[in-house]
Design a protein around this ligand. Structure first.
Ligand code: SF4
Length: 698
């Protein structure tokens, strides 16, 4: 038996062919006909089948405990649902709808996202739903909305082959979006005139093909982008017609970027002025200019400002709305884009509608037929856990995410789950740390065990077949949520199958910029499609804004002038180094899937601290020594790994590890802090002040 599916790791959205033999054994290979990956897969994709074949860590049955001092025991689905509904009803009656919350994931399928969002916003009457996309994409969402009028990625992968300058900043796609990067590598190899500019405090694998590597000091991204803006103005590389007719805000921007000299900007960024000028010349020469970014820009206390300063470079040069050009935020998770389509964050409504717009709220409320949608934005990811600590939030339902490794300053989340009156965990794996605090556990079906859809970073929707049965009594996430909603007595959750949910989602997009009404599984089983569509199954055109009409009230894009100062926790005498956290090639998030695949663990088996030899020698540290890394919040103890590829004064720690042998001393988020961007509420994972010392055994 053979089915087409989509990789469930990163937002690249590679097509895979999954085969099942007579013994039920699965194998995967890249789909040669898929427009994204054309048969290629990265190491994670090639080992996808192990995540569902190996059932040693799976949750098989619902579990429940009757009080916090008792162990959980296996119960029936009905008992677990009955109890959960009873607790939710009691809390909502006593403390109001904002006393409960759902914390979900960019790995949920669109149908799952849709029903969770509908349940809490449309029926419970609270907007307390957020997902781990808050930790990943929310700064880009705000950046797009502020500059282009809506959260719409204007470009697609085919623009790679049409560009002649690609500026990658705050991203390491060679490791984190490998198949996108292979397309870039192939494009450059075939067209030597194509220029690659990379801005990153680390000389990552992405830099291997860079014509210019701007090894900036962490937190200086806005200064860098402003300096590039100034040089483009001075070089005469501004598209005056485009700026005049299709943008607002240029004059104020021009004045602002002219205030800092290029020499001063280069000094603050810690780079050579000549490199800066070289990068600006490449951008100025480009006929097709793509900007690409991920977490280095998004995961910052000034994440929105970083996004806006970058998008401005596309706007002032007019490199948007035409082939090979545009600002391209690479989504981290496989269905972060689908989640954004259904409005699956605490401040969004379906189909890019605005929660603060009363007309939009009424449209959605009428469509769902439930309760009035609250105008009050819900709690974001970090706010939820702070609210649990403060007693304002009483219950949290965690779906397909592992906050005890992934949230910043993780002590806050740990304390919150201890204090919560009621915690529900819905997951596939018994490896997630949150289980320790769960009052109710719902076992979920995994990839290949359920059907549904996902949307990748370039707005491409794919259908995922169900190929295998879920183990034990595990159920698809959407089914779990609908059973709960029915138990609560809510109407509108009696779908016959996943497609009925999808059709409802599509119908709700009618008349919006992401209108996909009429799309269905029959079409998606045949091919992937990218919104917007001209008819039910035809993509309108790959890029957005080709008519130069943006989604703002004036139809003009907005060039925002933003301050360039970093607001992070700055180094001082006690904590003199800057910590930046991030991914490695073969692990995914908190390793609940990749951690059980031997082949992937062979790449890098444990957490490490990347440190420049000069910083290490100053501290008497040798390569491979155990080191204690400390901040005002906590400690990590890992091996030092020398590298001259990292800037002096900066250290890097991967974010994937949690508890190993009952020790949590390899968990990066023991160290990070709870600062968030004021607009996007995305945490500052890429910058905090640390000290590093050689571990002294007492
Ligand atoms: Fe999967 Fe991303 Fe690798 Fe493609 S690049 S195979 S989507 S992990």
């Amino acid at each position: 038996m053979e089915y087409k599916s989509t990789c469930c790791y990163c937002g690249t959205g590679c097509g895979v062919i999954v085969r099942k033999d007579k013994m039920g054994k699965l194998t995967v290979e890249g789909d040669p006909d898929h427009p994204v990956n054309r048969g290629m897969l990265c190491s994670k994709g090639m080992n996808l089948h192990y995540t569902v074949m190996d059932k040693s860590d799976r949750l098989f049955y619902p579990e429940m405990r009757f009080n916090k001092n008792m162990p959980r025991q296996r119960v029936s689905w009905d008992d677990a649902m009955e109890r959960t509904a009873a607790v939710f009803r009691t809390l909502i009656d006593k403390y109001g709808p904002d006393s409960v919350a759902f914390y979900a994931s960019g790995q949920c399928l669109t149908e799952e996202y849709y029903v969770i969002n509908k349940l809490i916003k449309g029926f419970i009457g609270s907007n307390n739903i957020d997902t781990n996309s808050r930790l990943c994409m929310s700064s880009a969402v705000v950046g797009y909305k502020m500059s282009l009028g809506e959260d719409s990625v204007p470009v697609c992968y085919d623009d790679i082959e049409l560009s002649d300058c690609i500026y990658v900043t705050g991203a390491n796609p060679a490791w984190c979006h490998p198949i996108i990067w292979r397309r870039v590598e192939a494009h450059k190899a075939a067209n030597p005139h194509v220029k690659i500019i990379v801005a990153d405090p680390r000389r990552t694998q992405t830099c291997a093909i860079a014509d210019v590597h701007l090894q900036i000091n962490p937190g200086t991204d806005v200064i860098l982008n402003h300096a590039l803006g100034r040089l483009l103005i001075e070089q005469g590389d501004i598209n005056a017609d485009f700026v005049k007719n299709h943008t607002e805000g240029y004059e104020v921007y021009r004045e602002s970027v002219m205030r800092r000299s290029i020499q001063e900007a280069a000094e603050l960024c810690g780079i050579e002025e000549e490199e800066l000028r070289k990068a600006a010349a490449h951008i100025g020469d480009a006929k097709g200019f793509l900007t690409m970014w991920t977490m280095g820009l998004n995961q910052s206390v000034i994440g929105v400002n970083k996004n806006l300063s970058l998008i401005n470079l596309n706007l002032i040069t007019g490199h948007i709305g035409k082939p090979g050009s545009g600002p391209f935020s690479l989504t981290g998770q496989p269905n972060a884009m689908g989640g954004r389509e259904v409005g699956g964050l605490s401040n969004l409504l379906p189909a890019h509608r605005d929660l603060l717009n009363p007309v939009h709220r009424e449209e959605v409320q009428k469509f769902w037929g439930g309760t009035q949608i609250s105008p009050k934005p819900g709690l974001t990811a970090t706010e939820m856990f702070s609210a649990l600590n403060e007693g304002k939030l009483k219950a949290v339902w965690i779906i397909c995410t592992n906050p005890l490794i992934s949230l910043p300053d993780v002590r806050i989340a740990e304390e919150a789950l201890k204090k919560a009156k009621f915690v529900v965990v819905q997951d596939i794996s018994n490896r997630v740390e949150t289980l320790k605090y769960a009052d109710v556990v719902f076992p979920a079906a995994a990839w290949t065990e359920k059907e549904g859809t996902m949307t990748n970073a370039e707005r491409r929707i794919s259908y995922l077949h169900k190929l295998t049965e879920a183990p034990g009594e595990a159920l698809p996430d959407a089914e779990i949520i609908c059973r709960f909603a029915r138990k609560m007595g809510y109407k509108g959750f009696d779908y016959k199958n996943a497609e009925e949910i999808y059709l409802e989602h599509c119908a709700l997009t009618k008349g919006t910029h992401i209108d996909i009404h009429g799309l269905n599984y029959t079409i998606l089983k045949e091919k992937t499609v990218q919104w917007p569509l001209t008819s039910v199954n035809e993509t309108k055109g790959k890029g957005l804004f080709t008519d130069k009409k943006f989604y703002t009230a004036t139809q003009k894009a907005v060039i925002h002038t933003v301050p360039d100062e970093n607001q992070s926790e700055l180094p001082d005498a006690d904590f003199p180094l800057i910590l930046t956290t991030g991914r490695i090639r073969d692990q995914w998030h908190t390793r609940s899937k990749t951690g059980k695949v031997n082949k992937l663990n062979q790449h890098i088996a444990e957490a490490f601290l990347e440190i420049h030899p000069d910083d290490a020698v100053l501290r008497g540290i040798e390569d491979g020594n155990l080191v204690d890394v400390t901040t005002r919040r906590g400690q990590v103890r890992v091996q030092a790994k020398f590298s001259e590829d990292i800037k002096r004064g900066v250290v890097f720690l991967p974010m994937h590890w949690g508890k190993v042998l009952n020790s949590d001393l390899n968990r990066a988020n023991n160290l990070t802090n709870n600062l968030v961007d004021p607009k996007s509420k995305e945490p500052d994972f890429k910058f905090c002040a640390v000290q590093v010392e050689k571990y002294q055994k007492i």
